[in-house]
Design a protein around this ligand. Structure first.
Ligand code: DGY
Length: 328
């Protein structure tokens, strides 16, 4: 097979880099690093395949890559990619669904526990030497078990969160999706334990509202003042999907007026979160640096799948995980 040009734009584990180098001519260059920018541009002009994540692959960039045939994202989310521009150029987009579901669900559950039981705040109190007597009611948290979980978005990750809640914490689970789902086929273990509700009913009933929405034109800014106002007083909001699905100013207002008890956020409209963002220091927000899938095991599994996808596509074979065939 002819060797082709591959540009790696975000670090790959050495074993996966070696797989690529065995078959192709590989350049690693991080476009976010000013010292590597020229090398990135030069490699882009020759590249047949790109692999990486967390960098916008937009139309102007694609114009500088005339030979490009495949982009393999080391992520499940594809909001960094201009889908129309890729489609127009006939460039295949691959991603990494499936391998990160359980890990992201763990992260979301960590946020549920941390916000409700005030884990970070109370741990900080111990670290600061302020644990001088038994804590009083003012520092008590709220139970997680038995409370109602409302999921906005019920894809593979949403279902993994629902399993933890329903089977592990005896939580009634409600979810809202645009189209009805056949739970018997997709998640039989959740039959009778998770129920689809209209969004307003879900918001009125859920003690925890968890957003697991992909970022698309229809979900951008979807979680707004109107939705926060419809949430049960004292609800906790968690976002493990994409930051820009939430109007962050409306979230802050809902926390400040006391209608929302707390928020746990792994994702933000701008990442990394700017130092002057009020979301960074708000006393009732538990912020995480987008670590949904960030475990050694899962990040490696994502890199393996992304490398498989790229090698298959460059060999003219159908990759395991092409993003949405119907759109491309
Ligand atoms: C993804 O893969 O899209 C996740 O956000 C990474 O954690």
């Amino acid at each position: 097979m002819t060797r082709q040009n591959v540009l790696v734009f975000r670090a790959l584990p050495p074993d996966q880099l070696a797989r690529l180098e065995a078959e192709h001519d590989v350049v690693c260059a991080d476009p976010k690093d000013p010292a590597q920018r020229l090398q990135f541009e030069a490699a882009l002009a020759e590249a047949h395949g790109l692999i990486g994540s967390s960098y916008p692959i937009n139309s102007p960039l694609l114009q500088r890559a005339p030979q490009l045939r495949v982009v393999s994202s080391i992520s499940v989310g594809v909001d960094n990619y201009d889908l129309d521009a890729l489609k127009d150029r006939g460039i295949l987009l691959c991603h990494t669904p499936g391998v990160l579901d359980e890990t992201v669900a763990d992260t979301v559950f960590a946020l549920l526990m941390a916000t409700s039981r005030r884990v970070v705040e109370l741990s900080q109190l111990v670290r600061e030497g302020l644990w001088q007597r038994n804590i009083g009611e003012d520092l008590f948290g709220f139970d997680v078990h038995g409370k109602t979980l409302g999921l906005l978005g019920f894809g593979r990750i949403g279902q993994a969160i629902a399993r933890r809640a329903a089977l592990g914490f005896r939580m009634p689970v409600v979810y809202s999706t645009r189209n009805p789902m056949d739970l018997a086929a997709t998640a039989p273990e959740l039959q009778g334990l998770a129920h689809r509700l209209p969004q307003d009913e879900l918001l009125a009933r859920a003690d925890f509202v968890v957003a697991m929405l992909p970022l698309t034109e229809s979900t951008r800014g979807m979680v707004n003042a109107k939705m926060f106002a419809a949430m049960k007083p004292g609800a906790i909001f968690i976002n493990g999907g994409r930051g820009a699905t939430v109007v962050e100013a409306d979230l802050l207002a809902a926390l400040d007026c006391g209608s929302l008890r707390a928020a746990g956020l792994d994702v933000f409209a701008q990442e990394p979160l700017p130092l002057n963002s009020p979301l960074r220091t708000h006393p009732r927000i538990t912020p995480l640096p987008h670590i949904g899938s960030a475990t050694h095991e899962t990040r490696h599994a994502m890199a393996v799948l992304a490398t498989d996808n790229l090698l298959d596509a460059l060999a003219g074979q159908k990759p395991k995980a092409v993003y949405d065939n119907r759109r491309l």
